[in-house]
Design a protein around this ligand. Structure first.
Ligand SMILES: Nc1nc2c(c(=O)[nH]1)N[C@H]1C(S)=C(S)[C@@H](COP(=O)(O)OP(=O)(O)OC[C@H]3O[C@@H](n4cnc5c(=O)[nH]c(N)nc54)[C@H](O)[C@@H]3O)O[C@H]1N2
Ligand SMILES: Nc1nc2c(c(=O)[nH]1)N[C@H]1C(S)=C(S)[C@@H](COP(=O)(O)OP(=O)(O)OC[C@H]3O[C@@H](n4cnc5c(=O)[nH]c(N)nc54)[C@H](O)[C@@H]3O)O[C@H]1N2
Ligand code: SF4
Ligand SMILES: [Mo]
Length: 747
């Protein structure tokens, strides 16, 4: 029997695609992009298009496993060899020496008895959950797991590794994570992709940009790395890493100085414009040019074009905020559409994250009240970015048990060497719930098998569009895989937690998540979401701009989500959503806060400022000369997919991209083996002189350490230092030096 199941891609990606899975005789045989989803429009990214290879990979973790061998990196990704030169049989034997299959009952007993013993001796906060973006499903991303750890009284995890600085910066101006919907980009005339690797990380925005360009729009890319998006831009501006606040301030210097701002919008809907006007005087294009490496003439031109070629829109992505001053940089960029009033226009404004529109009932899903009931107070919070410090230095109490799911910290965390030292502590009990034997399972005492999204049901929204979907289950779980929801339900039962919420079914939890007073959530029933993606119910919010919508229509322009180009499937029509056309900011003042009392109270500049990162060419903190971008790979998703052979074929990890100037100065030629190092660690990579970076910048890609020679991770070079706002990670404020590798002496 053949059926087609509606699902949603749960990976940590703004696109949150609608997915159709064809199932024949219980086996998934085809995956395709949902044709009816107005943003997915029938296609998937290259990696998820190969998802059957991931689901049915012979390397899946299928059964609970207990470690019987030593902890430490293991080159094989399963009983099967993937490292060149490793004969399958030898890897299989080694794997068997490390892992012994156990039953779920044994696994749950061992975990709960260890948890009880640790709680009795050190207190429940000696247990630390560690999870991030494995799945963004509302249930499997954070529901039963949170209930469980709250009820246990475990330490809380500050989940700031990705976007917290940007979120803090954006909210300091707008008050909420809202912005321009992707469908409106087709109406733009001037599009700035600012730290936004659209072809790599957000490919479903591209067709809208392509459509705008067919209608004459200009695409500008601001990125220190010549991405595929930069290659096809009308204007590419390579910027020195960590200097975006200066550029935005320089643009505002020109815009305000030349009276190109929208005085009416500014007067009605912003707070603190006079203070901003004073502040930007300090940032002349000449001064900004020195920091950013962008010529003063180009800064003027960019500012003038952005303010006058309308509608103009900014796709700001998270690259700017992975830097020491990432919060302020985001704040500065987000001020731009407020100053030129482009929020009023269909195809104007700015998009960073749209996840602030309409909340699921997260209190119901996560039950933070259970923590206070268990502990009588809030449990302490430990920052996930600082896992190295947390495992090695925290003593009140020390972390004695680490429970990892939805994450691969032994690869994605900064200061990798410290993380590994911590994970190797003999007294640390580590459980990892995973789909694969990752870098992190190499340090686990117990590994538990996890389902993929083909094998469980979930509810999902996106951070790059305004649609909600239910992801239906397509196939039975492989082997003995359990979803995160089932796992924590099972653990709660074994712990004897009596609360009713630990017995809820998946459908009951979806219904609960949808219980919301939010008018934008009206009309979202589970039954409807099971069948189709549903747009947030913006209702009246669109009314304020209906006049403009009519104008556009009479000018012969296509509207909102109406597909017009022949390459797209039919999609529904909506009024465009303009969150801040008439103010409506979610700040405490209700205005766009160009001056913020809250920032002042935190000891930060209440307007905005640029401070060069200490670990940068201007700060020279460790005296090393090259700025490293330890970037994501276009064809992996963080480290997910690193191990799937058909995806590996599309990607080239293990490279150090370097400019010809810096290569020559060090006697390095394309293809040479090089050592990249700083005071935190060193990594061997292959030099690639390909014109992707300017002099002074080098770039490398994130992937699994266990697949690299010597088990080295590029995160050996990155720092645990936190950002100015949001306590986020500073993956892009890193100084290194590079040298030719010494040939290994042969013994
Ligand atoms: N294919 C693919 N897609 C992904 C991911 C992936 O790993 N692979 N990861 C997902 C995740 S978790 C996230 S958070 C999103 C993130 O997506 P993005 O926000 O796009 O994040 P990054 O790739 O970190 O950075 C974007 C761009 O910023 C550039 N950049 C670095 N430093 C600076 C700077 O100082 N200034 C400027 N202007 N640019 C800078 C980088 O070179 C990069 O091209 O993408 C998601 N989608
Ligand atoms: N150098 C450098 N480091 C970075 C970044 C960078 O740009 N450069 N980016 C940072 C960013 S933005 C982010 S978001 C983080 C990402 O950090 P993580 O969220 O840890 O990302 P992944 O490496 O994709 O690991 C997710 C893991 O979850 C597993 N998984 C998937 N679905 C499920 C499930 O349903 N249940 C369970 N139990 N497991 C599941 C996957 O198999 C995968 O191994 O990395 C950060 N690290
Ligand atoms: S990873 Fe992103 S682009 Fe690829 S299918 Fe999933 S949501 Fe779509
Ligand atoms: Mo992320």
């Amino acid at each position: 029997m053949k059926k087609v199941v509606h699902a949603a891609c749960p990976h940590d990606c703004p696109d949150a695609c609608g997915v159709l899975i064809t199932v024949e005789g219980g086996r998934a045989t085809k995956i395709q992009g949902g044709p009816e989803h107005p943003v997915t429009r029938g296609f998937l990214c290259a990696k998820v298009a190969k998802y059957l290879d991931r689901v049915y990979s012979p390397d899946r973790v299928l059964y609970p496993m207990r470690r019987v061998g030593h902890k430490g990196p293991f080159a094989g990704v399963s009983a099967r060899a993937t490292q060149a030169g490793e004969p399958d049989a030898a890897v299989a034997t080694k794997h068997q020496q490390i892992w012994k299959r156990i039953s779920w009952g044994e696994a749950l007993d061992e975990i709960t008895s260890r948890f009880r013993a640790i709680s009795a001796e050190f207190g429940s906060e000696a247990i630390l959950p560690y999870s991030y973006g494995g799945t963004l499903g509302a249930l499997n991303g954070g529901s039963m797991d949170r209930r469980f750890f709250h009820r246990l009284g475990a330490s809380q995890l500050d989940r700031t590794i990705c976007s917290a600085a940007g979120e803090a910066g954006l909210k300091s101006v707008l008050g909420a994570k809202l912005g321009t919907e992707p469908e409106q980009f087709r109406h733009s005339k001037y599009i700035i992709a600012w730290a936004s690797n659209i072809h790599g990380n957000n490919v479903h925005l591209w067709p809208f940009i392509a459509e705008a360009r067919r209608n004459g729009a200009k695409l500008v890319v601001i990125d220190p790395y010549r991405t595929r998006t930069a290659e096809c831009a009308d204007w590419y501006l390579p910027i020195n890493p960590g200097t975006d606040a200066a550029l935005a301030l320089g643009m505002m210097h020109v815009i305000i100085g030349e009276n190109l701002h929208d005085a009416d919008y500014v007067a009605k809907y912003t707070l603190g414009f006079e203070q901003l006007r004073e502040k930007v005087k300090e940032y002349s294009p000449e001064r900004v040019a020195e920091w950013t490496g962008i010529a003063a003439g180009d800064i003027r031109k960019l500012a003038r074009e952005y303010a006058t070629e309308r509608p103009s829109v900014i796709r700001l992505n998270y690259g700017v905020q992975r830097s020491e001053g990432g919060g302020m940089a985001t704040r500065a960029v987000v001020m731009l559409p407020c100053v030129i009033g482009s929020w009023k226009e269909v195809g104007g404004g700015l998009q960073m994250s749209l996840s602030g529109a309409a909340d699921f009932n997260s209190e119901g899903l996560r039950r933070p009240d259970l923590m206070k009931a268990a502990l009588g107070r809030e449990a302490r919070t430990l920052n996930m970015v600082e896992l190295g410090r947390v495992l090695n230095k925290v003593n009140d109490p020390p972390v004695k048990a680490l429970f990892v799911y939805n994450s691969n910290p032994a690869a994605v965390c900064p200061n990798h060497q410290a993380v590994i030292r911590g994970l190797l502590r003999p007294d640390l009990f580590t459980v990892v719930h995973e789909q694969f034997f990752t870098d992190t399972t190499d340090y686990a005492d117990i590994v538990l098998p996890a389902t993929t999204f083909f094998e469980h049901k979930d509810l999902q929204k996106g951070y790059g569009h305004y649609y909600v979907q239910v992801s239906n289950q397509a196939i039975d779980p492989l082997g003995e895989c359990w979803s995160n929801v089932e796992l924590f339900r099972g653990l709660a039962e074994r712990m004897g937690f009596a609360e009713e919420c630990f017995r809820e079914s998946v459908d009951e939890m979806i219904d609960l998540a949808l219980e919301s007073d939010d008018p934008w959530m009206q009309g979202m029933s589970r039954e409807r979401l099971e069948r189709e993606p549903v747009r947030m119910n913006f209702g009246d919010q669109g009314a304020g701009i209906r006049g403009q919508a009519a104008e556009l229509r009479s000018a012969g322009q296509p509207m909102a989500a109406v597909a017009t180009s022949s390459d797209t499937a039919a999609v529904p029509t909506f009024e465009p959503f303009l969150p801040f056309a008439r103010g409506g900011f979610r700040t405490s003042s209700g205005k766009a806060e160009l001056y913020s009392e809250a920032l002042k109270a935190q000891g930060l500049d209440p307007v905005v400022e640029f401070r060069p990162p200490l670990e940068s060419r201007h700060g020279k903190r460790n005296g090393l000369p090259l700025e490293l971008l330890a970037r994501k790979a276009d064809n992996f998703l963080n480290t997910t997919f690193s191990n799937v052979p058909s995806v590996q074929e599309m990607e080239e990890p293990g490279l150090l991209e370097i400019s010809s100037v810096d290569a020559q100065a060090r006697g390095i030629a394309d293809g040479d083996r090089v050592r990249v190092f700083n005071h935190r660690g060193d990594v061997e990579l292959i030099a690639r002189v390909d014109g992707k970076v300017q002099a002074g910048v080098v770039s490398a890609r994130l992937h699994w350490a266990k697949m690299a020679p010597g088990f080295q991770s590029i995160n050996s070079l990155t720092s645990e230092k936190l950002t100015d706002m949001g306590n986020s990670a500073t993956f892009y404020s890193v100084l290194v030096e590079v040298e030719l590798s010494k040939p290994k002496s042969s013994h």
